[in-house]
Ligand binder design. Structure first.
Ligand SMILES: CC(C)(COP(=O)(O)OP(=O)(O)OC[C@H]1O[C@@H](n2cnc3c(N)ncnc32)[C@H](O)[C@@H]1OP(=O)(O)O)[C@@H](O)C(=O)NCCC(=O)NCCS
Length: 199
């Protein structure tokens, strides 16, 4: 597969590994090696009640790991989406996910998303991963504005957004369905490439 560049210069995400110390962010794809296998790890993640409730991972039915990995590999090959698995630095077990993809490549607008497995929660991983991925995208892919959406009821995600330097910008009414056909209100948070990184 060729890497497409729509003429916007550096607006291409190239596969990268980001080291957070206790956790490493690695591109999602079939080459990823986690204990027990990547397919079962994805099925377990999609079955987590909070991940099922608040993310699109299984909103259109049971997760198909092959299709999921296909989408991730295509995103990397086209430079259009950077999907990272967060794995434990010691034993490579899956801890979570951090995603950044273009929503308007010509204008340099991207969005981020994340989830963390229950066993890895409570140590600020989502905010740290979001900060690292955002910084990398600003420095290496010419991202201008990064948006973050979460369901209004998802207070943990609201905290993650603020902690990662994405201030609240407004509430979108009935903007997204996380499954079940019900559209919920969402908060929009965003940061600009020009916003300083404090960490
Ligand atoms: C949101 C999520 C990624 C956060 O995981 P994490 O990085 O381990 O977060 P932590 O447990 O370290 O908590 C981060 C912050 O949220 C707060 N928080 C955690 N759970 C909370 C809850 N249920 N209600 C309110 N605040 C909560 C913490 O106190 C902390 O606040 P602080 O930064 O002010 O100290 C995780 O809960 C998750 O995967 N949820 C399901 C998937 C999801 O919601 N993804 C985002 C979709 S937009």
């Amino acid at each position: 597969m060729t890497i497409s560049d729509p003429g916007t210069g550096r607006r291409v995400f190239h596969p990268t590994v980001l080291d957070l110390g206790d956790v490493v962010l690695r591109p999602w794809g079939r080459a990823l090696d986690v204990p027990g296998g990547i397919g079962p790890a994805l099925v377990a993640a999609a079955a987590d009640p909070a991940i099922a409730r608040w993310t699109p991972l299984s909103s259109s039915g049971p997760i198909d790991p092959e299709a999921y990995l296909d989408r991730c590999e295509t995103g990397w090959a086209e430079g259009s989406a950077a999907a990272f698995a967060a794995v434990d630095a010691t034993d490579d077990s899956l801890c979570g996910n951090a995603y950044l993809g273009w929503t308007n490549r010509d204008d340099g607008v991207a969005m981020v998303g994340y989830w963390v497995l229950a066993a890895a929660r409570g140590r600020g991983l989502a905010a740290r991963a979001t900060t690292a991925v955002t910084r990398w995208a600003v420095e290496h892919a010419d991202v201008r504005r990064i948006e973050l959406y979460h369901a209004v009821g998802n207070e943990a995600s609201c905290r993650v957004a603020e902690r990662a330097g994405f201030p609240y910008e407004g509430t979108l009414r009935a903007s997204y369905t996380y499954g079940g056909g019900v559209y919920v209100d969402e908060h929009l948070h965003a940061r600009l490439a020009s916003d300083p990184f404090t960490e």
